[in-house]
Design a protein around this ligand. Structure first.
Ligand code: SAM
Length: 271
């Protein structure tokens, strides 16, 4: 499909596009049009809490995020009559969670998470916590981003060299680990959809965003990186080689555009 600048606003990627897809899946999969309690895991600045509120009209909505600054921003800018926000790591031991959150155990109708779970380190505890929060008739609708295989386009020799200092998990490991963790937490009804949203950014904007995937890979760095290697620059180069395509078309504002391949795994889960 060729690029059409007149539809650029709708087709270009932003966090809202995958969030909207998740909401569509909630509406298709949830057997009730009443949502007593919705929880947004990794809610960030609260934009998705607002979107969920508009789309689902829940009685109560709780946003949790590991980052204190995100939660302060969300409270200030996206605080609603029926919303509450908490600083909380989804992968932390449930017994140590805030008492108000522990109280909603077994009462959550929908657990939503957009573009956040790929950051979770303790996947097994996160899955147990989600299962604990969910009501018996509730659903979990989340996406998991596989950040990508940046060694795909390098020679075997280069890959072996790079893997001495950076060995990140494969897509099978990431998705397989989530599957085992969910099943281990008693969440056995799992539907998965793999999709590749169209992601077109002004090049300048992606220059800032690229720090997020760079930081994802850097979690797995060993301490034997050759001195003289600028890790950020090398990762940026590998990431761009793996998934970016410079576009010949410009945005309606005349900006240079870049198309990024994204790989998202959407999960719809029940007890
Ligand atoms: C890319 S943002 C997505 C924000 C929001 N969901 C959206 O779609 O706009 C990812 C968020 O996940 C949060 N996060 C990362 N690890 C987390 C964890 N273990 N528990 C809770 N939140 C986490 C980050 O702090 C960040 O705000």
């Amino acid at each position: 499909m060729s690029f059409d600048p007149t539809t650029y606003e709708e087709t270009s990627f932003d966090a809202i596009l995958p969030a909207k897809e998740l909401i569509k899946q909630i509406k298709q999969s949830y057997n009730n049009n009443k949502y007593p309690l919705v929880v947004d895991i990794g809610c960030g600045p609260g934009n998705t809490v607002k979107l969920l509120d508009n789309e689902l009209k829940p009685e109560q909505i709780i946003g949790i995020d590991i980052d204190t600054e995100m939660i302060s921003f969300a409270k200030q800018n996206n605080g609603l009559k029926n919303s509450e926000y908490y600083v909380q790591d989804i992968g932390a031991d449930f017994d140590k969670w805030d008492q108000s959150l522990q109280k909603v155990s077994g009462k959550v109708s929908v657990i939503f998470s957009n573009y956040a779970l790929h950051w979770v380190r303790d996947v097994e505890t996160a899955a147990k916590n989600m299962s604990r929060l969910l009501s018996n008739t509730g659903i979990i609708v989340v996406d998991i981003l596989y950040v990508g295989d940046i060694y795909r386009n390098v020679s075997v020799e280069q890959r072996a060299k790079y893997e001495q200092w950076l060995r990140y998990p494969s897509e099978q490991e990431v998705i397989g680990r989530w599957m085992s963790a969910l099943k281990g937490a008693g969440l056995t009804q799992i539907d998965i959809k793999f999709w590749r949203p169209k992601c077109i950014y002004p090049e300048k904007v992606y220059d800032e965003f690229i720090q997020y995937p760079i930081n994802w890979y850097k979690q797995y760095l060993k301490d034997n990186v050759d001195s003289g290697v600028n890790v950020d620059d090398l990762l940026k180069d590998l990431i761009l080689k793996d998934r970016a395509r410079k576009m010949s078309e410009k945005s309606p504002k005349g900006e240079d555009l870049i198309e990024i391949k994204q790989e998202l795994w959407n999960f719809v889960i029940r007890k």
